[in-house]
Design a protein around this ligand. Sequence first.
Ligand code: SF4
Ligand code: SF4
Length: 371
Amino acid sequence: MEKTKFKLEKAKIIRNDEKGIQKTRFIIQSLFAALCIWIGIEFYLFNQYLETNGAAAFYSRPPGVDGFLPISSFMSFYLFLKTGIIHNAHPAGFFIFLSIILMSLVFGKSFCSWFCPIGFISELVGDFGEKIFKRRLKLPKWLDYPLRSLKYLLLGFLVYSVVVLMSTLALKAFLDSPYNLVSDVKMYYFFANISQTALIVIGVLFVLSILIRNFWCRFLCPYGALLGIFSLLSPNKIQRNAKSCIDCGLCNKACPSFIKVDKVKTVISDECSTCLNCVDACPVKDTLQLNILLPKKKKINKRFVAIGVVSIFMIVTGFAMLTGNWQNKISKEEYLMHYKLMNSYGHPTGTKEFKKLNEEVEMRNKKSNSQ
Ligand code: SF4
Ligand code: SF4
């Protein structure tokens, strides 16, 4: 008791007066959400043009919509790693994916808490839930751990289907397929004519996110799972100075990912999204901070994180724009043609031709390996 009192007294002397970063984070999240809404409006107008068979005014397709095709973007990324080719069906998706991976390698799972519109909505819904229940509800460990593994199972299935089961030729065949070319338009109609089942699922996720903060992100998002893995490689980590820490537990309380920040020296967790809530909450100067650990340990200013994540996104997407790799090369006439045939386009991996192609490549590989 005496010790705690002494520590609190000490805390008054060395109070943390640093300005918080949450307002800036909120502004960045809001601007990115507004950008996504703008992309949605442009894409709606583009689809009106297709729906009226070219009678409505033409609005070009916003390339940013590619960012909502994570599987196609992942396949493009993998094709690039294997061949050095940037596939031209959804090139913006490739660059957005690349910028998000880079962000994770530098600043941890920062995309989730600084940009992702789903993460932003989850956060707002979670705040609403906390206002109702007056506390942050958490699932017991025996349920939390198995549920958290779900997103890794989904990610594992996706990676296995692409990396293990698909040859380079099959990968290219998928990306070239008309199904992939119009996957963005198909996605639009999935939401425009949303089924009752999909609405129920979204409704259930919404309610669960009120009860349990970040329900979707914590348990189900395979994208977040992938970024969480990359984030472990980041040299920037939240660190606690155990000597000046007064064990007030405020960092613990502030963490939306339920990380026990007050019990560790360095936060090494796939759930940490570098939101810096814990750093802002800490009342003692220089006790909890984001440090770069390599090449040598140094404190990172919170504002630098904001500038850093925005810069990575802008530099990578700006590079794509300047080098002519942002827009795809599909003409409006081609889109009109695809629109008419779109409903006959099945998932290419289910077609006989695709299976045959994959089998042929496998046979060829086996032959060349045995020679
Ligand atoms: S540990 Fe800190 S930075 Fe990481 S998620 Fe929790 S509050 Fe955010
Ligand atoms: S590190 Fe956490 S427990 Fe320690 S003083 Fe800061 S907020 Fe309190």
